[in-house]
Design a protein around this ligand. Sequence first.
Ligand SMILES: Cc1ncc(COP(=O)(O)O)c(C=O)c1O
Length: 401
Amino acid sequence: MQTIPGPRAKEIARRDRIAARVRSVAPSGIRRFFDLIQTMDGVISLGVGEPDFTTPWHIREAAIYSIERGYTMYTSNYGLIELRRLIAEHLIRRYGVDYDPRDEIMVTFGVSEGLDLAMRAILDPGDEVLVPDPGYVSYAPCVTFTGGVVRAVPTLADNGFRPHPADFAQRVNDRTKAVLVGYPNNPTGAAPDRETLSQIAKIVAERDLIAISDEIYDRLIYGREHVCFASLPEMRDRTILLGGFSKAYAMTGWRVGYVAAPRDLMDGMLKIHQYTALCAPITSQMAAIEALKNGEAAVEDMVEEYNRRRRVIVKGLNDAGLSCHEPEGAFYAFPSTAATNLSDEEFAEQLLLEERVAVVPGSAFGECGRNHVRCCYATSLAQIEEALRRIDRFVKRKRQG
Ligand SMILES: Cc1ncc(COP(=O)(O)O)c(C=O)c1O
């Protein structure tokens, strides 16, 4: 029998305490940058994907008042029925898609929990999920944690990172269980039109798949309609729709979102949620009720402001020589670093150290994000303008040198 020297044996034993599928996932590529930023002064952050607005006061006040009235207990596993009714009304009013608030809508700890529940409820080990690349950092890990397999579907800058339906069709095989669609997209801001999404929906129907549609940015869309995937022909009963409050209402810290899905899929997700989370926090649910009842004006104001910033940042990045497609939704610009001859990681690191502007390397979001950086414009116009001056100086220097 082979003997392993002491310290190495210990190392192996330690390593094996964590399951192989968890070990196989690399830590978030964004974290290293945020750790570095914490140690520096005067940094303008275009890094974190979080609104710079505070939750509108009337929403905070409703939550405070609910605590004063003694609402401090568990709710139904599905969430407060009043909130579920409001979510159902929102979905039918905006997108014409009809869910029964009694058992087809569940309130979750943000879209993050919804995503995890969706994957755990539908995937057996070895099942494949098509995931557009680049995409939100949690998509692939949530698949891997269940024992599922990610099949990346490339999306490219020359098409504004919108997907080509044929690229999905090509990758479907007998093990494919689901397709993840996440539009408007983080990190690219892409929001494909109805025709493109309908073609993807057709593949879902023909190949008998499930669609998981992350629509957390549904309200942050500029000059075009948001297409709710579940509203496309035959998709309502094939889609797990994930929605949230974090972005549109500036409520990231409240940890509240929802899942809408046909009953059989909901039953699977509810079972996991029931045993692992019980219910979303009641105070946050109270706040979400107020957001849906009276938050529309605030959403519209914030969207208008994001749109103004979007135009400034996209023009500024292109003027600086960083080719940047026009993002159609969310609050991210995703320029190429090619003009500087730097990789995305080199670009982000040097820009941070030399000019104190934080952006996120595109490769954190998948292979197709390589040589791009994500610049979040959910920060004030004054900060964006100063960041652009610094980026311009940085690019000029790199081009000369
Ligand atoms: C595309 C996408 N989905 C989900 C989330 C997580 O949202 P929540 O705060 O609702 O958990 C984020 C957060 O950045 C996101 O960008």
